[in-house]
Design a protein around this ligand. Structure first.
Ligand code: AHG
Ligand code: MN
Ligand code: MN
Ligand code: MN
Length: 323
């Protein structure tokens, strides 16, 4: 089986980008090791701190963030990083040509139950003539690479550099990510969806109607039965969608008028949107493609509806009826 770096060279990726992705895999292997040690490494449980999102940080959110930040800022090709766990961007090498946005640990609530968690990352080009946070305010279509690492029964890296979407599995015996699925394609149709149903009473009319029609099954207007799965880590739910199709959504929610969305555009929605669209799926906010949204803030949140093309289009039709 092929190792990660030779597959990137075969794609004629820039050596600078290969170096950045190599740094991400090094950090991911270290995070995987700490996660597997679990309670023995004393890394489970919460800290007393809150991040800028108002969430209590788990110890592993902090550990994973520190590892990624330190290693990426040592890489000469990285100009700056933005992270879920950092209030503002952190600038590294002045000559660096890339910006990296990341969610160091996605699915924090799964840590203490030994459930699926992951690292999500997005690589953007450094724009000329702009400094500070504004550098990161680029639509997702500018991404030069995007991916995630899933820490599950096996540790997997799922990556695209704009060509195909590939899955690699960490071979613990040699400590290398090996290519195990060379080309991921999402089936256009599905009978599986993922949503946190407990928020039902807070959704928009469009989402309410769409999910009700899925639940009505064969006897309802969709005339087929749907199955529901929810991992509570976007990385796990998107991995299922990439593996066998499906629709994943974290929709608008009326509870907090100033914070109506949960997922973050730069380091959750955009990288997942690139993977899903390169794998022949669709990623929207219910109305427009995620990757066309012009960000105004590095921690901006967004509604997400992604997965099997025809199912995402069905969901969008409900939104079009209730603009
Ligand atoms: P994070 O752990 O990085 O803060 O992200 C959590 C997100 C995402 O992974 C997942 O889809 C969602 O929160 C789960 O939320 P619920 O608590 O509604 O299940
Ligand atoms: Mn969080
Ligand atoms: Mn997350
Ligand atoms: Mn996180």
């Amino acid at each position: 089986m092929k190792r990660l770096i030779p597959t990137l060279r075969a794609d004629a990726c820039e050596e600078s980008l290969i170096s950045v992705l190599n740094t991400v895999q090094t950090a991911a292997k270290e995070i995987a090791f700490r996660l597997h040690q679990g309670a023995m490494a004393g890394v489970l449980g919460s800290t007393l701190d809150e991040n800028i999102q108002g969430e209590t940080q788990k110890k592993l959110d902090v550990v994973a963030n520190q590892l990624l930040k330190d290693l990426l800022l040592e890489c000469q090709y990285v100009h700056a990083v933005a992270s879920e766990e950092e209030d503002s961007i952190v600038v590294g090498d002045q000559r660096g040509e890339y910006l990296i946005a990341f969610d160091p640990l996605d699915g924090s609530s799964n840590i203490d139950i030994n459930g699926l968690v992951g690292t999500i990352f997005s690589v953007l080009p450094r724009p000329a003539g702009i400094e500070g946070e504004e550098m990161f305010l680029q639509p997702g279509k500018n991404q030069v690479a995007a991916g995630y690492v899933l820490y599950g029964p096996s540790t997997m890296l799922v990556l695209t550099t704009g060509q195909s979407v590939r899955m690699y599995t960490l071979d613990q015996t040699v400590g290398e990510f090996l290519l195990t699925k060379p080309e991921v394609k999402i089936p256009h149709q599905t009978q599986e969806f993922a949503i946190n149903m407990s928020n039902k009473r807070h959704w928009s009319t469009a989402m309410h109607e769409y999910i009700s029609d899925l639940l009505a099954g064969k006897e309802g207007p969709r005339e087929k039965n749907f199955n529901m799965r929810w991992i509570a880590a976007m990385v796990g739910d998107v991995h299922r969608v990439l593996s066998r199709g499906g629709l994943f959504t974290y929709p608008w929610d009326k509870r907090k008028p100033n914070k109506p969305f949960k997922l973050r555009l730069l380091y959750e929605a955009n990288p997942m949107a690139m993977l899903v669209e390169k794998a022949d799926g669709l990623a929207t906010d219910g109305y427009d493609p995620i990757m066309t949204i012009q960000p105004t803030d590095i921690h901006q949140r967004v509604g997400v509806v992604l997965g099997s093309k025809e199912e995402v289009e069905s969901c969008m039709a409900y939104h079009a009826n209730h603009p």
